[in-house]
Design a protein around this ligand. Structure first.
Ligand code: PLP
Length: 404
């Protein structure tokens, strides 16, 4: 008898590490050198975590042998609380902060603690796909609202509002955005806050890239703009601090907490069931959040991250048939392919054939629950040399498939 996976997993996917990724690994095991532009994992590409974070973990490893409080170490939560004060997020107390094994764990936990079968959550399209998956895995229904490429990928607020139903419980915002690189305008964030307030919805704001901003972009935390709305904000060490492997993230509950006693109990129950987040990493959170922020140097026009973003952007938009909105934040570009100009069917074919023929791995736009099948996501973390090599291969591939 075949052992079947749970039916709850049917239709769930995570294409960033999905079948095409497996194929890339197979190619590597056959001796091919694949250029991996699929994962936002800074450290392996020479974007090392700040020394003081690594130092903190090493120095505290002996103190970190036991479990911690389920919400997290007091000092780590105190540091996150202080961060909310510097950002202007009102009404956050120490027990409103939960430390997790990365934001990933907390996203799933926040949905599992809330959703009953059929409850709806509004999620951006495209999204970071863990959001859609976590909602579905928790018995809820992800309902996608459009982010508009023509408006620099800002959410289409009419579409968002039209999708609110009596079953809608919350709105997910990813700002700065993965995969589009959008950083939402102040007015847009304000209007989403007002919509949530008017319809009594919880806001889930994934702000893991809040310090990775280019060309003077400003990030507006939505939690500073709400009063009578419950807001859950997510942040962590993986991107701003290039420490993705340490698995450290936090979740901040703010706003209308007086209407969320039961939900907060649910969050604590689930946090307790998994005992605690890994403790060594928690020791680094205080250091990470305070003082000098080395990410700022990387995102300056002279910084390596910024220069590499420009490199990929300039090379992509110089290819006839490819267009792209320039990212204002995060680690990705989300270019559009004019499917009438090339001999492949859709984004999935493009990604698969590019990998097979040129050994470059990117992720199809539909892997981010994007409604159209003509985009892909590309990461700009490898060295400029490697990125140029990857772009040469992408150009060769596209030329070999050009129709007009
Ligand atoms: N949220 C977004 C928007 C992400 O892009 C990622 C990782 O790529 C995560 C959450 C997960 O981060 P973590 O490493 O903290 O689990």
């Amino acid at each position: 008898m075949e052992f079947q996976k749970s039916q709850r997993l049917n239709h769930l996917k995570y294409d960033i590490r999905g079948p095409v990724y497996e194929k890339a690994q197979e190619l590597e095991s056959q001796g091919y050198k694949v250029i991996n532009l699929n994962i936002g994992n800074p450290a392996p590409f020479g974007f090392d975590a700040p020394d003081e974070i690594v130092h903190d973990i090493i120095m505290n490893i002996r103190n970190a042998q036991g479990y911690s409080d389920s919400r997290g170490l007091f000092a780590a939560r105190k540091a996150v609380m202080h961060y909310t004060q510097t950002q202007g997020i009102p009404n956050v107390e120490i027990n409103d902060i939960f430390i997790g094994n990365g934001v990933s764990e907390l996203i799933l936990l926040s949905m599992q603690a809330l959703l009953d079968t059929g409850d709806e959550i509004l999620v951006p399209s495209p999204d970071y796909p863990l959001w859609t998956t976590s909602i579905a895995l928790s018995g809820g229904k992800p309902v996608h609202y459009i982010c508009d490429e023509a408006a620099d990928w800002n959410p289409d607020l009419d579409d968002l509002e039209s999708k609110i139903t009596p079953r809608t419980k919350g709105i997910v915002l990813i700002n700065p955005n993965n995969p589009t690189g959008a950083v939402y305008e102040k007015d847009v964030v304000e209007r989403i806050a007002r919509l949530a307030e008017a319809h009594g919805l919880i806001i889930f704001s994934d702000e893991i890239y809040d310090r990775i901003l280019y060309d003077g972009a400003v990030h507006y935390p939505i939690a500073t703009m709400v009063e009578e709305t419950l807001c859950v904000t997510f942040g962590g060490l993986s991107k701003n601090y290039r420490a993705a492997g340490f698995r450290g993230g936090w979740m901040i509950v703010s706003g209308a907490k007086h209407r969320a006693k039961s939900y907060l109990e649910g969050l604590l129950l689930l946090a307790s069931l998994r005992l605690c987040a890994n403790v060594p990493t928690q020791y680094a959170i205080q250091t990470a959040l305070g003082g000098y922020q080395s990410i700022k140097d990387l995102v300056l026009p002279t910084g390596r991250l910024h220069k590499q973003m420009n490199l990929i952007y300039d090379r992509l938009v110089s290819i006839p048939g490819i267009s792209c909105v320039k990212p204002k934040g995060a680690l990705y570009l989300f270019p559009k392919i004019d499917l009438t100009a090339f001999d492949f069917k859709d984004d999935g074919d493009f990604v698969y054939d590019l990998l097979s023929e040129q050994k470059v791995l990117v992720v199809a736009g539909t892997g981010f629950n994007y409604i159209h099948n003509d985009h892909f996501r590309i990461v700009f973390l490898p060295t400029a040399d490697e990125l140029n090599q990857a772009m040469d291969r992408i150009e060769n591939f596209l030329e070999s498939r050009r129709l007009v």
